[in-house]
Design a protein around this ligand. Structure first.
Ligand code: IYR
Length: 230
């Protein structure tokens, strides 16, 4: 590797940056094959208990943590649960909330929208998947004298990190499900998180179970999701 080319700009250290470049035809080919690959990602609700190397989990979290964030505050914590007692506690608490949601808290039209996905309050995957990754957003940080320091665009930043995480999980050949039990504050208690952290997403991670079927969905075609101004 070449030495870093650095200089001070406005009194702050900068490092020279240039990204890899491709010929236009190669860009078309790469972007096309990346889309085809990403389009094979599906949310999976049935997991195998087959172990996954912890190093893979470390690496996918490293990838997630490369996401851009407001003022580079990186306002996220990824809690990784493989301990079966903690998984059971999470399942029990999530199912309690989900039972209430499916039996009264969710509107008729919401339940009808979920019918084709076949979801209900039972969440066995929370005990079966080898890992649960719980993404917490940091509403603010604590300074050296325990004073509150602001974070910025926290939802956008953590949403981006979660997107990177899903992409890294897919790339590793594993599956996940973006599970959002509601309300989620039981996760703060079970995982003993500090008061500046709020649960954002719960992702079981592992291999899919044998013979899994997923809803036969189609994604919106380009002309339904894009508006060009030329
Ligand atoms: N959080 C509930 C319900 C649920 C809501 C949506 I929107 C989904 O796309 C799927 C499920 C659950 O996890 O079952």
């Amino acid at each position: 590797m070449n030495e870093k080319e650095t200089k001070l700009i406005g009194g702050y250290p900068y490092v020279r940056y240039s990204h890899v470049h491709y010929e236009p035809s190669e860009m078309v080919e790469r972007s096309n094959s990346f889309h085809k690959w990403l389009d094979t990602r599906r949310s999976v609700r049935e997991f195998s208990d087959k172990p996954v190397p912890k190093e893979v989990i470390d690496n996918i979290i490293r990838s997630a943590s490369t996401a851009p964030s407001g003022a580079h505050k990186q306002p996220w914590t990824f809690c990784v649960v493989s301990n079966s007692e903690i998984k059971s506690k999470i399942r029990e608490a999530a199912e309690k909330e989900e039972y209430e949601s499916y039996n009264g808290r969710m509107s008729e039209s919401w339940l009808k929208d979920l019918q084709p996905l076949g979801t209900d309050w039972h969440k066995p995957f929370l005990e079966i998947a080898p890992y649960l990754i719980i993404v917490f957003k940091k509403a603010y940080e604590f300074g050296p004298n325990s004073e509150k320091l602001n974070n910025y665009y926290v939802n956008e930043s953590v949403g981006l990190a979660a997107g990177f995480l899903l992409t890294a999980i897919h790339d590793a050949g594993l599956v996940t499900l973006t599970h959002t039990p509601s309300p989620m504050n039981f996760l703060t208690k079970i995982l003993d998180r500090p008061e500046n952290e709020r649960p954002f997403l719960l992702l079981p991670v592992g291999y899919e179970a044998d013979e899994v079927y997923v809803p036969d969905l189609t994604r919106k075609p380009l002309d339904q999701v894009v508006v060009y101004y030329e």
